[in-house]
Design a protein around this ligand. Structure first.
Ligand SMILES: Cc1cc2nc3c(=O)[nH]c(=O)nc-3n(C[C@H](O)[C@H](O)[C@H](O)COP(=O)(O)OP(=O)(O)OC[C@H]3O[C@@H](n4cnc5c(N)ncnc54)[C@H](O)[C@@H]3O)c2cc1C
Length: 435
């Protein structure tokens, strides 16, 4: 297990011996097998931009997946399904494992625990009927297919889901889909065969929250065109990709609708909670790696300035200290939200998830930025993973709902408590009055 992995004292008693054993296995798998595979993966990716999407994928991933299955490190995020299979894991325990996965970009996919598949699998498991689960969920659970969630649209301000515009018009036993989506993460991967598409089935419904539905769509259906993959600060995230996709008269069987017509809003609310917290769990691992890189660099005896290693300069020493505090604070927020989900459900933990979602990506960006600065020019180039890590973390302040939307929501919740606040009786002079 990496020296840095410590279960916080506050939650230690909640982690079962079985989970500790699994955590150790996850840590060993990530350090010993996934991290060394990163270079192989890079070498197996085509260099030519036109071949990086919807083409092939690095075969080393299949090797890692087979190994993860063999070790029993598969679908760890789906604690309920696992429970039925006798591998009980709480969200708290999974959070500790996801942090370790966050240390290495390929690790979560190797264990079938990566976004957006985890959120999509949970959605189908929660809202799908038996036939839908059999057809769409089973291949995802087996790791034979991948999936994408298509909500955001180029021409609609999509942080407000009532703006979603793609039309789904009923025609006999089919729906006909017309519209354009973008930022469909994962759709660039040739294994991505399942789309969960959000659109409007009833634009005249007086309730703006009952106009939308989510439907399961075969990515190869006629009329679907993947127009392009969007870059993230210049990184293409191939073969995964974040794609712009056009739907032109795409016929989808009506039986593919999830939960029922007009239930789309409900589904995205249910999907985004766990998806958000999983991202935060992995982000703690990303920030931790940035701190480790910063410490290594700051203590490198070959890189002294003005007669001192960087760590001997007070400023950088303080960056290290501040980063330690920030990461540990973020971890506690994440673990607290995970415990709340265990005690209630994602809805009951909404406030706690929102706090983690607002705090953690901002915190990890700040930690990575300090690490970049400590690396000098090296920090911004491809020789270190920091630039890519920062780009990935920065997007999490927008994806799954921008910071401002969550802050507004959280502020409203806190303000509602105003009426119940107990006001300490004190004189007009304030707290010190008569002291
Ligand atoms: C890397 C990446 C991956 C993504 N993956 C997916 C995916 O797989 N599927 C998918 O459907 N989408 C995905 N998205 C899209 C993401 O969910 C949206 O970008 C996000 O919901 C915001 O929508 P928008 O871009 O339309 O911004 P807009 O809705 O236009 O908002 C723009 C800005 O306005 C401000 N704002 C909005 N509302 C408020 C408010 N209430 N108060 C104050 N300020 C506000 C915020 O600063 C916000 O950033 C991804 C995005 C990125 C960057």
């Amino acid at each position: 297990m990496p020296a840095t992995l410590q279960i916080p004292a506050l939650v230690e008693h909640k982690v079962s011996p079985h989970a500790r054993e699994l955590l150790q296995k996850v840590a060993n798998f990530v350090e010993d097998e996934c991290m060394p595979a990163e270079r192989v993966l890079e070498a197996q990716m085509p260099k030519n931009a036109s071949e990086r999407f919807l083409n092939g994928y690095p075969k080393i991933i299949d090797t890692l997946k087979a190994r993860a299955k063999e070790l029993g490190l598969w679908n760890l995020f789906l604690s309920n399904i696992h429970y039925r299979e006798g591998v009980a894991l709480t969200n708290l325990e999974y959070a500790l494992m996801a942090e370790i996965m966050g240390r290495c970009p390929v690790a979560s996919e190797a264990m079938n625990c990566s976004a957006p598949d985890t959120g999509n699998m949970e959605t189908i498991a929660k809202y799908g009927n038996d036939a839908q689960k059999q057809k769409w969920l089973t291949p995802l659970l087996n790791g034979d297919a991948r999936s994408a969630f298509l909500m955001t649209e180029r021409y609609s301000a999509s942080s407000d889901a009532t703006n979603i515009n793609l039309r789904m018009v009923r025609d006999g036993d089919h729906y006909i889909l017309n519209g354009t989506k973008w930022w469909s993460s994962g759709a660039g991967d040739p294994r991505c065969t399942t789309y969960l598409v959000m659109g409007k089935t009833d634009i005249k419904n007086p309730s703006p929250h009952k106009q939308q539905s989510v439907i399961l769509v075969n990515a190869n259906a006629p009329g679907i065109t993947v127009l392009r993959a969007l870059s993230v600060y210049g990184f293409d995230d191939a073969p995964h990709g974040h794609c712009e996709i056009n739907f032109r008269n795409v016929r989808v069987p009506a039986e593919n609708i999830l939960l029922g017509e007009g239930r789309g809003f409900e589904i995205i609310q249910g999907r985004l909670g766990p998806g958000r917290i999983h991202h935060c769990m992995r982000s703690i691992g990303v920030a931790q790696v940035a701190l480790e890189l910063m410490i290594l660099r700051a203590n490198d005896p070959a890189r002294t300035t003005f007669g001192k290693t960087l760590s001997q300069h007070g400023t950088i020493n303080q960056w290290i200290a501040q980063s330690r505090i920030d990461i540990d604070a973020g971890r506690l927020l994440v673990l607290n939200a995970a415990i709340k989900i265990d005690q209630t459900d994602a809805k009951g933990a909404m406030k706690d998830i929102a706090m983690a979602k607002i705090f953690v990506p901002k915190m990890s960006c700040e930690v990575i930025d300090r690490a970049v600065q400590a690396h000098g020019a090296g920090g911004v180039c491809q020789d270190f993973p920091l630039a890519k890590m920062w780009a990935g973390q920065r997007t999490l302040r927008i994806a799954d709902g921008p910071d401002e939307v969550h802050l507004n929501q959280l502020g409203r919740t806190e303000n509602k408590r105003f009426a119940q606040l107990y006001v300490y009786p004190c004189g007009s002079g304030g707290w010190d009055d008569g002291g």
